[in-house]
Design a protein around this ligand. Structure first.
Ligand code: C2E
Ligand code: MG
Ligand code: MG
Length: 404
């Protein structure tokens, strides 16, 4: 292992309770795990472990779950070639946890321990830090390195240090840059650029997410108004948090901001993650309906990572489907990812939705996605997210660049 890399890069957390899944996910991210996915039961977890092109190195599982429980999962982990670490999380009493610990070891798993629920960052640390071993590197979790407090985030929002950066979305047939996704960035004088994976969680749990989102929306609408002077069909996409999809005033307020800038509704697409659809209220349904009636685009983000049933695509008026990066990594080499992408393309075509693939880093990935019928591409292969001035320079130098 390299010294600078975290001990765990990709974790899978398995729990049938969506709230506990989110709490666990937040704790793992706060500990410093780079990428965290969730599954609702053992069978779904095994499918994910078998299908994922990049191996997971940490599994955190509940014991009591429908379909396939934690004990059965432990028994089956080696059958899908899983070689990473395992932690069990349960509300069962200590004697059961001790037994599970024995069981894990007997399956020859790299079993780190069994933790009593509820999960906390301290408890996680106690097992995960110990797992690093004496010769293993000591990774300082990102959250510890930057020591962010809600007060610091408050000040950052108030002083305008949180801004939108923009990552281009490129049409696969023509290579025309048809739009960009706004991604929040915090530029701290002392700490440099801070990742949204850290501060969005704090913003959500400390009541600052609404304000943060209005700021990102304001930056994004000004950006699209500027760029439309050169490229009149350009569309900006903004990630919408659950709090705003539960507020009936959101569609009107956005529409007002757009009309103040003379922008048509079609200049904006709002992205909602598949996970956010797990607990949609009737208010949220009405908000989706109003947003579509106004003419905003509506994208389902990180598609394939949540547990949303395919029928949600029929129920909700989405205009765009964003295939998650986990199906894009190495898609040129992995048949399962190709099958997943192909079925998304067919489904989206039937439902008259646009398909976007995100996280494209290599030419072979891009070529395979194009062959499979993905219309729009986003990823480091084209550009990382850029500040508005850098985006404008990049855009001016690039355009027009038809496909070779
Ligand atoms: P997302 O909406 O799925 O955004 C895509 C993420 O993938 C971005 O991470 C982007 O920088 C990253 N990405 C794009 N291309 C590549 C690639 O080729 N390779 C790799 N490895 N990564 C790539 P970022 O900016 O760190 O954002 C992470 C997540 O934070 C976003 O995921 C989104 O869910 C959330 N987020 C970001 N900005 C906002 C915001 O303004 N509001 C809300 N509510 N959430 C936001
Ligand atoms: Mg997004
Ligand atoms: Mg996404």
């Amino acid at each position: 292992m390299q010294n600078q890399s975290p001990p765990f890069a990709r974790a899978l957390i398995i729990d049938d309770d969506p709230i506990l899944l989110e709490v666990g996910r937040a704790a793992l991210l706060a500990y410093g795990v780079v990428h965290v996915e969730g599954a609702g039961h053992g069978r779904e977890a095994l499918d994910k472990l078998a299908a994922d092109p990049e191996p997971f190195d940490l599994v955190l599982t509940d014991l009591e779950m429908p379909e396939m429980d934690g004990m059965t999962l432990l028994r089956n982990l080696s059958s899908v070639g899983y070689q990473g670490a395992v932690v069990v999380l349960s509300s069962m009493d200590r004697s059961v946890l001790n037994l599970v610990e024995q069981l894990g070891k007997s399956h020859q798993l790299n079993f780190l321990g069994a933790l009593a629920k509820p999960i906390s960052l301290e408890k996680l640390r106690s097992v995960l830090d110990a797992a690093s071993g004496p010769e293993a590197p000591k990774f300082t979790p990102v959250a510890d390195q930057v020591k962010i407090t809600p007060e610091q985030l408050r000040t950052a929002i108030d002083t305008g240090a949180v801004v939108a950066h923009f990552q281009p979305k490129v049409h696969s047939g023509t290579r025309v840059v048809e739009g960009a996704e706004a991604l929040a960035r915090w530029n701290d004088d002392r700490l440099g650029w801070i990742s949204p994976d850290i501060f969005i969680l704090i913003a959500e749990s400390c009541g600052m997410i609404q304000e943060l989102t209005w700021k990102i929306l304001k930056d994004s609408l000004q950006f699209v108004a500027d760029i439309r002077e050169k490229s009149p069909d350009f569309v900006v996409s903004v990630n919408l948090p659950t709090e705003l999809i539960r507020d009936l005033e959101t569609p009107d307020r956005i529409a007002q901001m757009m009309s103040d800038l003379g922008l048509p509704a079609g200049a904006l697409t709002l992205e909602i993650t598949e996970r956010q659809l797990l607990d949609v209220t009737s208010t949220a349904l009405e908000v989706f309906g109003r947003m579509r009636m106004k003419g905003f685009g509506l994208a389902i983000d990180d598609f394939g990572t949540g547990q949303a049933n395919l029928s949600v695509l029929k129920t909700y008026p989405f205009t765009e489907l964003k295939i998650d990066r986990s199906f894009v990594v190495g898609v040129d080499q992995h048949q399962r990812s190709q099958a997943m992408v192909a079925s998304c393309v067919t489904l989206a075509r039937d439902l008259e939705m646009k398909v976007v693939a995100e996280g494209i880093e290599t030419q072979p990935e891009m070529q395979m996605l194009e062959k499979l019928g993905v219309q729009t591409m986003q990823g480091y292969l084209f550009s990382k997210p850029l500040s508005e001035p850098d985006f404008m320079t990049w855009f001016a130098e690039r355009e027009p660049r038809p496909k070779a």
